[in-house]
Each structure stands twice: as C-alpha cells, then as structure tokens.
Design a protein around this ligand. Sequence first.
Ligand SMILES: *[C@@H]1O[C@H](CO)[C@@H](O)[C@H](O)[C@H]1NC(C)=O
Ligand SMILES: *[C@@H]1O[C@H](CO)[C@@H](O)[C@H](O)[C@H]1NC(C)=O
Ligand SMILES: *[C@@H]1O[C@H](CO)[C@@H](O)[C@H](O)[C@H]1NC(C)=O
Ligand SMILES: *[C@@H]1O[C@H](CO)[C@@H](O)[C@H](O)[C@H]1NC(C)=O
Ligand SMILES: *[C@@H]1O[C@H](CO)[C@@H](O)[C@H](O)[C@H]1NC(C)=O
Ligand SMILES: *[C@@H]1O[C@H](CO)[C@@H](O)[C@H](O)[C@H]1NC(C)=O
Ligand SMILES: *[C@@H]1O[C@H](CO)[C@@H](O)[C@H](O)[C@H]1NC(C)=O
Ligand SMILES: *[C@@H]1O[C@H](CO)[C@@H](O)[C@H](O)[C@H]1NC(C)=O
Ligand SMILES: *[C@@H]1O[C@H](CO)[C@@H](O)[C@H](O)[C@H]1NC(C)=O
Length: 489
Amino acid sequence: MRFLRDCISILLFCSTLLLIVEVATPVDTINTTLSIRDGDTIVSAGGTYELGFFSPGKSKNRYLGIWYGKISVQTAVWVANRESPLNDSSGVVRLTNQGLLVLVNRSGSIIWSSNTSTPARNPVAQLLDSGNLVVKEEGDNNPENSLWQSFEHPGNTLIPGMKIGRNRVTGMDWSLAAWKSLDDPSRGNITGILVPYGYPELVELEDSKVKYRSGPWNGLGFSGMPPLKPNPIYTYEFVFNEKEIFYREQLVNSSMHCRIVLAQNGDIQQLLWIEKTQSWFLYETENINNCARYKLCGANGICSINNSPVCDCLNGFVPRVPRDWERTDWSSGCIRKTALNCSGDGFRKVSGVKLPETRQSWFNKSMSLEECRNTCLKNCSCTAYANMDIRNGGSGCLLWFNDLIDILFQDEKDTIFIRRAASELGNGDSAKVNTKSNAKKRIVVSTVLSTGLVFLGLALVLLLHVWRKQQQKKRNPCRWTRNSCEEAL
Ligand SMILES: *[C@@H]1O[C@H](CO)[C@@H](O)[C@H](O)[C@H]1NC(C)=O
Ligand SMILES: *[C@@H]1O[C@H](CO)[C@@H](O)[C@H](O)[C@H]1NC(C)=O
Ligand SMILES: *[C@@H]1O[C@H](CO)[C@@H](O)[C@H](O)[C@H]1NC(C)=O
Ligand SMILES: *[C@@H]1O[C@H](CO)[C@@H](O)[C@H](O)[C@H]1NC(C)=O
Ligand SMILES: *[C@@H]1O[C@H](CO)[C@@H](O)[C@H](O)[C@H]1NC(C)=O
Ligand SMILES: *[C@@H]1O[C@H](CO)[C@@H](O)[C@H](O)[C@H]1NC(C)=O
Ligand SMILES: *[C@@H]1O[C@H](CO)[C@@H](O)[C@H](O)[C@H]1NC(C)=O
Ligand SMILES: *[C@@H]1O[C@H](CO)[C@@H](O)[C@H](O)[C@H]1NC(C)=O
Ligand SMILES: *[C@@H]1O[C@H](CO)[C@@H](O)[C@H](O)[C@H]1NC(C)=O
C-alpha cells in the first residue's frame, strides 16, 4: 500500500517535472506523437512567431493560426482553418504518419488539413523563425524538399520571405485574399493575384473584376505604385524567370517587423511595428488615390490626380461619347481623332506615366528602344512601346496592342511612346501635360499681348486726345471747357 502511494507520488512528481520541462523549453515542432490542443502553442526558435489557437477581433470562434511571438498586440499573419472555424476550444492539431497536418474538432471530424504530393517517412512540422510552418522529413532542412509550407498558402498577409506571384512549374499561385472583416478571417471579396498573361503584373480583384493594377515592374518598382526606395527595414525584389514570377520582401534587420496586408476594403497596406509606441504604423497605402481605380478614364483615357476632373483623353484622342464624358462618366473612353494608316505612322513620347495594362502586351528583354520602335511599327495593331527596364538608360521592349488602358500621370520615370497618325505628328505635342502647359503659356502670352494692346490703344487714344487738345488750344483755347481753358490761360 505504502509502496503504491510512494510510487504514485513519484509518478506525480515526475509528470509535474515533465510538465515544467515542457513549459520551460517551448518547442518549435509538432511530430506524430506530440499534438497541439487549444491553449498550447509552439514557438519558433528565435521566438519571433508562435502557432496556436486564437479568436480574431470580437469573434468567439477559434482558429489555428500564426502570430508574432514578441509583439504585445496579437497580430495573426496566417490562419489555417479560415473557412471552417471551430465554435469551441476543443480543437486539436496533429501530424499524421503520412505527413499531413490535421485539425480536428470535438467529434473528431477533420476541419482543416494540409496536403502533400509525396507521403512522408518520418515527418515533423516546424515553425521557422521566418514565420513559415514547414512539414518535412525530420532532419532534412533543405526547403526545396519540404512536403508542405504555409508560405505556399498565403492568407491576407505577406510577411518578409513570402512570395506573391506564380510558380510556373506547378502553375500554383501565391495570392492574397482579404478577410471578410476584422472578426472574420474567411475569404472576403478582395483578392490580390499575379496576372500571368502578357507581361506579368499584380492586380487586385473585387469578386472577379479588376479594381487596381500595380503596373508592370520597371526594374526599380511597379510602374503604378509609389516608388520603392532602398530603406533600412526591408529589401525587395521582383523575379521573373522560367520557373517563377514573384515579388518578395526580406527584412534587413530580423528584430524589425513589417507586413503587407490586403485589407477588406481593398487597401494594400504596408505596416511597420514601432517598438516605442507598441503599435503598428501604416507606412504606406499603395492604392489610395482616385486615379488608382482601374480603368477610371476608360480606354485611351488618362487620369491625372492634379486635374479636375481627373480624366482626359490621351493626346490625339477624343471622347467616344462626348455627352457621357461631360457628365463625368468616362467609362466609354476615347477614340482617335485621326485613324492610323499603318505604313506612315509615328510615335509621340509621353513621360511620367503609369504604364497601361500589360495583359495583352508583348515583351523582349534584350531589345533596344530602337528595335522596339521598329517592331511596333511593323505591326498595324501595335499602339505603343516602352522600355521594360528603366535602369541604366533603359533596356528591353514592351509592346501594347489596340486600346491603351488605365494610364495615369504621376511622378514616375516611366515613359511610353504612343502611336499617332503621321498627319498629327507635326506640332510637337508630345504629352497632354505639355499641351496643357503650352495652352497655359498661350493663354498667358495672349493675355499679356492683349493687355499690352489695350494699354497701347489707351495710350494712343490719350495721346490723340492730348494732341487734339493742344491743337484745339492752339486754334480756339476756350471753346471746349471753360475750366481747363481758364487753367490753360
Ligand atoms: C516527438 O517529440 C517529443 C518531444 O520532443 C519526443 O519526446 C518524441 O519522441 C517525438 N516523437 C517522435 C515520433 O519523434
Ligand atoms: C458547436 O457546434 C456544434 C455542432 O453544430 C453544436 O452541437 C454545439 O452546441 C456548438 N457549441 C457551441 C458552444 O456553440
Ligand atoms: C465537427 O465537424 C463536423 C464537420 O464539420 C460537424 O458536422 C460537427 O457538428 C462538428 N462537431 C462539433 C462538436 O462541433
Ligand atoms: C493542396 O491543396 C490545394 C488546395 O486545396 C490544391 O490547390 C493543391 O493542388 C493541393 N496540392 C497537392 C500537392 O495536393
Ligand atoms: C465586397 O464586400 C464589401 C464589404 O463586405 C461590400 O461592401 C461590397 O459591396 C462587396 N463588393 C461586391 C462587388 O460584392
Ligand atoms: C536591429 O534593430 C535593433 C532594434 O532596433 C537594434 O538594436 C540592432 O542594433 C539592429 N541590428 C543591426 C544589425 O542593425
Ligand atoms: C499613309 O500616310 C502616308 C504619309 O502621310 C502616305 O504617304 C501614305 O500614302 C498613307 N497610306 C495609306 C494607305 O493611306
Ligand atoms: C528578342 O530580341 C533579340 C534582339 O533583337 C532577338 O535576337 C531575339 O530573337 C528576340 N526574341 C524574341 C523571342 O523575339
Ligand atoms: C500583331 O500583333 C498581334 C498581337 O501580338 C498578333 O496577334 C498579330 O498576329 C500581329 N500581326 C502581325 C502582322 O504581325
């Protein structure tokens, strides 16, 4: 009896010790024998990220997610069961022998699961300090061999190291989908994807309609986004090769935190964690202004945030439906004043623009601007060309066909050459902005001129008047006004 009691207390002691040990050294892996219940978490080796169950905002539902380990404001960067919440805290995550992470509810039904194309032998799931949850063979740290990664399945957040774009080998997209609301991480109606047709660019969709485009990558940044500048927080890259196309940021200093969030209203927010204030700082919203709205000015229209109204036709174009245009419905866009005749056309340079939609464009990375021009001229439906990369004086060739869509004026370095009928090329109106300022100049000049003329006229009249007065004085000094006459006398 006593022996049994001793045994039990020793066992109790041992298990308490075990518990303490477990609590004291947080693990970063889940294996086939160690599962995670609601309340448990695993923490990445450096403590940067944590995985466990949480409830977003005012929600009472439970979600399996990853959040920052060292940040006082709970901020989820990834959610597993975003479409299938648990309504209580009975959730358990485990790793199957085949290498699948499964989340089950109270009745043991699978609520969410990872997947893999190759079955595992000795799988573990590890939360890396980058925030990536990786299922792999134990001991195999080559990321290329991983069986599954959360980075391959982004939610509404892009953290450093994650890609947005497309794997051209598997055809899988790395895309973002906004939450429905701050309390509901299920997919809202806003998504951020890469358009792989023509020359790739990122777009934001509302349902299936384009809401915003990034513009093509010009070597320095996306043509339509605020210019990226080298900064002490993150580096950025756009990779476009046979295997993949993506945009990615990397932290310069791993003790900093930054993230890009596709918000439920469609804002693309770049946020920075400020240690001093213990809060997220909205560093930049990429698509905030009115001209950011896709195709606001219709085909061949151009948007300029500093103009009122913001829409205008490209130079050489006129509104397709003037009545609509006057009522600020620009959707019908613009048509050419003078049709192209194919053989005798030329180009006008327009600078400081967001390049038009590249969905139907053609490109060649090694062509010079001159070759680009000639290639465009040879094809009657080619309507514009530009350099692909604006660094080092410019290189590569981008061609557009038919209508030019979603162009805007902005303080960017991108320049486009727009095809025009030969008969319209005489007057040096290379850009609408220039014409505008020319027009302004003309107005100023003519105002000055006409004011001058009026003054000249007045002066002449006055002179004539004085002269006549003198003449009259000479002839008949007091005939026309007594006072002046008297004075004169
Ligand atoms: C899983 O991890 C625990 C704790 O690290 C360890 O005790 C156990 O042996 C592991 N199981 C397997 C199958 O590796
Ligand atoms: C959760 O959902 C189950 C099944 O729909 C239901 O039986 C249970 O009462 C719910 N629990 C709570 C706390 O709402
Ligand atoms: C568990 O999930 C299954 C499938 O979604 C559902 O039918 C069941 O009601 C859930 N059970 C509980 C207790 O929530
Ligand atoms: C994993 O699941 C996703 C989403 O259901 C699917 O698109 C993908 O093809 C699956 N991958 C594998 C390797 O089965
Ligand atoms: C998208 O969702 C928002 C908010 O949920 C809503 O206001 C908007 O009308 C929706 N858009 C469409 C096209 O359904
Ligand atoms: C990284 O940032 C932290 C906190 O701002 C700072 O203390 C540290 O010196 C920085 N490290 C480097 C290598 O810049
Ligand atoms: C096209 O324009 C050029 C130059 O104005 C002219 O020489 C040529 O005849 C025109 N071609 C056609 C088919 O109209
Ligand atoms: C791209 O341009 C270069 C230089 O003009 C040329 O040699 C090459 O064949 C072009 N590639 C394609 C796919 O047209
Ligand atoms: C002009 O370019 C378009 C779009 O790439 C193509 O479909 C068409 O065949 C080209 N026409 C000629 C004459 O090369």
